[in-house]
Ligand binder design. Structure first.
Ligand code: AMP
Ligand code: TRP
Length: 342
């Protein structure tokens, strides 16, 4: 039996943070032991909103450095940037013709990102979920590890796969595929912290685009910055509860305990048994130490890798060449199935 295939992507839009790490990148690493993994820097997704070109190029290398520093092995897995494999954009066009306007109109991330001035959002931002479906399906990936916020996009990916399989059922069967051409890809949203919240507001997710840098811990923050952000993190006036039940309705406290749990690998019950009833400041000091201890080596490794951009570019070029081998076969099949001459 061949190993199942995993695909995931992170946008190079600056400010990689603890949510990206715990919700996604950290979870990419152990999957390498059980799956064939493809990890992508999704630069074409990034340009759906304006990016400064020099900054974009730097951010593409920085996400790559974060992948490598976290423990993704570019020999075992495929690590590459999306724009070097043209098949992503090519399949996205076919999917633009499969997905329905009504489906995209329901996407909450578009509504959030476009905000009030929807008329002025790029067409790319609107069609973004179709490109994401193409990223995944151009490798016919079985599973996709992501944070909670991507759940709706993965449901759309399955809808697109299913409609394609139905619309072209006869052609797909004639090619010898008895179970449809595209798999119904499984979302992997588990993990201890699928949704890390802002340090300033426990009801909002931690995000790259929050104007307050105090809302997030960046993967490149130094020890002082991390300690200060944890110390200033919003909490309520009550002490920490001794049991999980007591976290209900206290989103800031719950978020900090979740982060502690995800970084330490300890369960919440044990953490609350230790810190419950005590001062928040004692817990925050322990959390800051833990965060520094967990993130500082990675930040150091990222800096080391970033000092050699040519080395990073070589990894991406090699990964792109290997990705293209898989993607071009799938794209050739799609052309045959749809009735395009090649
Ligand atoms: P993005 O930065 O939007 O490209 O997201 C990259 C990955 O990080 C995706 O799998 C997201 O679901 C995940 N992610 C982003 N923000 C968070 C968060 N606050 N908590 C957990 N996962 C997140
Ligand atoms: N939309 C994802 C995000 O914002 C990034 C992404 C693009 C992605 N293509 C993907 C994630 C394919 C998983 C699989 O986080």
């Amino acid at each position: 039996m061949t190993a199942k295939r995993v695909f995931s992507g992170v946008q190079p839009t600056g400010n990689l943070h603890l949510g990206n790490y715990l919700g996604a990148i950290k979870r990419f690493v152990p999957l390498q032991d059980t799956h064939d993994c493809i990890y992508c820097v999704v630069d074409l997704h990034a340009i759906t909103v304006w990016q400064n070109p020099q900054e974009l190029l730097r951010a593409i290398r920085e996400v790559t450095a974060a992948y490598l520093a976290a423990g993704i092995d570019p020999k075992r897995s495929i690590v590459f940037n999306q724009s070097q494999v043209a098949e992503h954009a090519e399949l996205a066009w076919v999917f633009n013709c499969v997905a329905r306007l009504g489906w995209l109109n329901r996407m909450t991330q578009f509504k959030e990102k476009a905000g009030k001035d929807r008329e002025n959002a790029s067409v790319g931002l609107y069609a973004y979920p179709n490109l994401m479906a193409a990223d995944i399906l151009v490798y016919r990936a079985d599973a996709v590890p992501v944070g909670e916020d991507q759940k709706q996009h993965l449901e759309l990916t399955r809808d697109i796969a299913q409609k394609f399989n139905n619309d072209f059922a006869a052609e797909i069967a004639a090619k010898g595929y008895n179970d449809g051409y595209f798999p119904l890809t499984e979302p992997l949203i588990a993990g201890p912290a699928p949704r890390v919240m802002s340090l300033r507001d426990g009801t909002k997710k931690m995000s790259k685009s929050d104007p307050s840098d105090y809302s997030r811990i960046n993967l490149t923050d130094d020890a002082d910055a991390i300690a200060q952000k944890v110390r200033k993190a919003k909490t309520d006036p009550e002490p920490l509860p001794s049991e999980e039940e007591g976290l209900k309705g206290r989103p800031e406290a719950e978020n900090l305990v979740t982060i502690f749990s995800a970084l330490s690998g300890r369960d919440k019950a044990g953490i609350l048994a230790e810190f419950g009833g005590g001062q928040f400041s004692t817990f925050k000091t322990a959390l800051a130490d833990l965060a520094v201890e967990s993130l500082a080596p990675m930040a150091g490794e990222m800096r080391r890798l970033m000092a050699d951009p040519a080395g990073i570019d070589a990894v991406l070029r090699d990964g792109s060449n290997r990705a293209r081998v898989i993607a071009s076969k799938v794209m050739a099949d799609v052309k045959d199935i749809v009735g395009l001459l090649r």
